[in-house]
Write a protein that binds this ligand. Structure first.
Ligand SMILES: [Zn+2]
Length: 179
């Protein structure tokens, strides 16, 4: 399993729901979490590893005292159930767009529902901050949208140029760049 980079067409596909009885999900989730950690990411969505299914893994918790990351959460078939009226511009990076970070507009707070890898229902009630941004970013991936699709046309042209330059410099997943 490896991280797929923009502009791979797999990143533009709308993902299919996961069958609750799909026994392969737990293994897939474990692989995705370890790949996310290996690349210092806070989130990873199915399409980013070539799996066009509605699965996301996130870990937005601070590192443990010994530097370990142990708070991964698996979101199966997630959807936003509520969002704030208020939006804010935040700087985001993406493992599929290495070497870059871009300003995107996000809801300040969102609620979401999903199941976890054990089929249990999970509710995110009025999430804020990094968690809120991360949920919106990862859910976008399930709809075939990356950061680039969240930019206005002029900013997008700029961002694509910055990204081409980052790739030419040899940027790898986990490099976040300086904007
Ligand atoms: Zn991403």
């Amino acid at each position: 399993m490896k991280i797929i980079l923009s502009p791979d067409p797999l990143l533009r596909e709308v993902c299919a729901p996961i069958d609750p009885d799909d026994a392969s999900v737990e293994h897939l989730a474990r692989q995705m979490v370890s790949l996310m950690y290996k690349n210092n990411g806070v989130g990873l969505a199915g399409p980013q590893v070539g799996v066009l299914k509605r699965i996301v893994v996130i870990d937005v918790a601070p590192d443990d005292e010994d530097g370990a990351r142990t708070h991964a959460q698996v979101l199966i078939n997630p959807h936003i159930t509520w969002h704030s009226d208020e939006t804010a511009v935040v700087s985001e990076a993406c493992l599929s767009i290495p070497g870059c970070s871009f300003d995107v507009r996000r809801y300040v707070s969102v609620s979401a529902e999903c199941t976890n890898e054990r089929g249990e229902k999970v509710v995110y009630e009025k999430a804020e901050g990094l968690l809120a941004h991360c949920l919106q970013h990862e859910f976008d991936h399930l709809e075939g949208k990356t950061i680039f699709e969240n930019l206005d046309p002029i900013s997008r042209i700029d961002a694509l140029r910055v990204y081409r330059e980052a790739l030419a410099r040899g940027a790898k997943p986990g490099d976040v760049g300086d904007g």
